[in-house]
Design a protein around this ligand. Structure first.
Ligand SMILES: NC(=O)C1=CN([C@@H]2O[C@H](COP(=O)(O)OP(=O)(O)OC[C@H]3O[C@@H](n4cnc5c(N)ncnc54)[C@H](OP(=O)(O)O)[C@@H]3O)[C@@H](O)[C@H]2O)C=CC1
Ligand SMILES: CC(C)(CO)C(=O)C(=O)O
Length: 330
């Protein structure tokens, strides 16, 4: 199959390179200039696994404006707040027969994709796969090959020949995909997962393993899961897992699969970037409000993350000012 990955960041590179390894033709499109230029200069991307065995892997990477490829399917992996702008930049090469597939975290992306792709061409899912972008052109796959898992569903909840072919390629690439016919119930389970793990690990600057090992973690996770499931139930979402299974998944992924991983939200905070919290905990709050339900723990956490973002911006300004002062002295 032919894939074009839009967003050659941590997850885009992981999906694209492993699909390429599985025998597919893969192109990458990215808008971050330093990333694209670095990969052009290096002749590819540096890939490590669990911080080891760093090696160069060749790839084809383009800016959206210069891209003319014609894939069967796009794979979208951007931060939620980058997607609308990127879709606009890419619109000139989208064709009606092409599919759009994504496993981005949070909610908000599907509506944006539906502005460019017909409902029967949209496939979305979730990825319990941990990846870190060390910097431009340098990615680190966390976890052994084949260790993660993912779920996906057609937006229309009707599978077609293409979906099965996609699943076959994802299996070959060892992503352990599971196809479901419950679109929102599949996606929301991961939103809830991230609303616990990503947000708390970011706030308290800790790995998933450190969080899950805290003796009060189950109580904290359960409070957030309960509130989130109360919201989903009010919105008529049939969750694909029970509350207990969600808690078990938080514990398994944090204690066994990725104990040393700092979730992607932590990576953004640490690098002075805005986080996706409005699309995760914030999304649950808004959905609750629609039904007159106050998801107050999620609202509080959303504020906390925004306060922390503000603190990081102040820290960044201080660092920049100190750097400028040193340069003037020199
Ligand atoms: N990483 C993970 O383990 C997982 C991530 N996801 C989800 O996948 C989607 C894509 O996320 P992900 O692949 O993690 O994000 P990316 O690696 O794509 O995000 C990187 C973006 O951050 C900006 N950036 C600026 N400076 C740096 C720097 N020094 N190092 C790294 N990035 C920099 C760039 O955008 P700009 O220049 O515009 O600021 C770049 O495109 C998100 O929805 C995420 O939640 C889902 C499962 C796991
Ligand atoms: C790897 C995982 C599952 C951790 O929550 C993730 O989704 C992230 O880092 O954003």
């Amino acid at each position: 199959m032919k894939f074009t990955v839009v967003g050659a960041g941590a997850m885009g590179l992981r999906y694209g390179l492993l699909l390429q390894d599985a025998g597919n033709e893969v192109d990458f499109v990215d808008g971050w200039e330093k990333n694209v230029e670095t990969m052009h200069e290096q002749g590819g991307v540096y890939v490590s696994r669990d911080h080891e065995n760093k090696h160069l892997v060749p790839l084809n990477v383009y800016y959206p404006e210069g891209y003319t490829g014609d894939p069967d399917c796009y794979v979208f992996f951007l931060k939620q707040m980058q997607l609308a702008d990127m879709l606009e930049r890419c619109a000139h090469f989208f064709k009606p027969n092409q599919y759009a597939f994504t496993c981005m975290n949070g909610m908000g992306h599907v509506e944006k994709l539906l502005k460019y792709f017909k409902p029967e061409k949209v496939v979305a899912g979730t990825a319990l796969v941990a990846t870190v972008l060390n910097g431009a052109g340098d990615v680190d796959f966390i976890g052994k090959r084949g260790a993660g898992s993912m779920k996906l569903a057609n937006y229309t909840e009707k599978t077609d020949e293409f979906t099965h072919k996609l699943v076959e390629q994802l299996k070959k690439a060892q992503f352990n995909p599971e196809l479901t016919t419950n679109f929102r119930g599949t996606l929301m389970v991961k939103v809830v997962f991230n609303s616990v793990v990503n947000t708390l690990c970011t706030m308290f600057e800790m790995t998933m393993g450190e969080y899950a090992d805290y003796e009060g973690a189950d109580e904290m996770s359960r409070q957030l899961i309960d509130e989130a499931y109360d919201v989903c139930e009010r919105d008529g979402v049939q969750m694909i897992t029970t509350r207990q299974e969600e808690l078990d998944s938080v514990n398994y992924v944090s204690k066994v699969a990725n104990p040393l991983h700092y979730p992607s939200m932590y990576q953004d905070m640490h690098n002075y970037r805005p986080t996706e919290v409005d699309y995760i905990n914030g999304y649950l709050v808004k959905l609750g409000q629609k039904h007159g339900y106050n998801a107050k723990t999620h609202a509080f956490l959303t504020h906390e993350v925004h306060l922390a973002e503000r603190g990081k911006q102040r820290e960044l300004k201080r660092l920049q000012a100190a750097k400028e002062a040193t340069a003037v002295k020199a």
